[in-house]
Ligand binder design. Sequence first.
Ligand code: IMP
Ligand code: MG
Length: 175
Amino acid sequence: MSDDLKLVLSPEDINRRVSELAAEISQDLGARDLVLVGILKGAFIFLSDLARQMTCSCYLEFVRVASYGASTESSGNIELTKAPEMELAGHDVVVVEDIVDTGLTVRWLKDYLAELGCRRVRVCALIDKPERRKVDLELDYVGFRVPKGFLVGYGLDYNEQYRYLPGVYEIVRQG
Ligand code: IMP
Ligand code: MG
């Protein structure tokens, strides 16, 4: 079995947009003790580029969540497999996510971070893919809106493949 990949976002598109997002977040939240919280593994490349374009100081933290069930859709059965190590209470937090699909992962994480006592919890997603959204969710910073399709590259994977690609591609499975 092989996969066909169709380019959706070039590295140049991504770089330009990431720098705009970093400027916006820095301007909105820069006066605070800001923490960017990346969701592993998918967001690690996005977070590393975003962080390096921030124009204010910020802390970097990671969490990892697992959602068990079908391989290409979130089951909603979410478990935190790596908790934050920093004390986040009182901080402004921006959750950095690669792609928001059903919204279940980010919805769960926002509630979790609010319970930890974070001051404000905002969300920055590289890609908003609204077609399969299951929960009402406000995304504060969105890089790109892609209506549908399964995307890989720039941290996004299909069965752990393709994360290393510098652009984002739609995957077209060939029998
Ligand atoms: P949720 O459905 O919004 O909870 O998204 C859960 C996770 O599914 C995301 O963090 C991604 O890791 C993964 N995911 C959803 N859509 C895609 C996609 O198009 N490509 C790769 N991963 C995806
Ligand atoms: Mg993810």
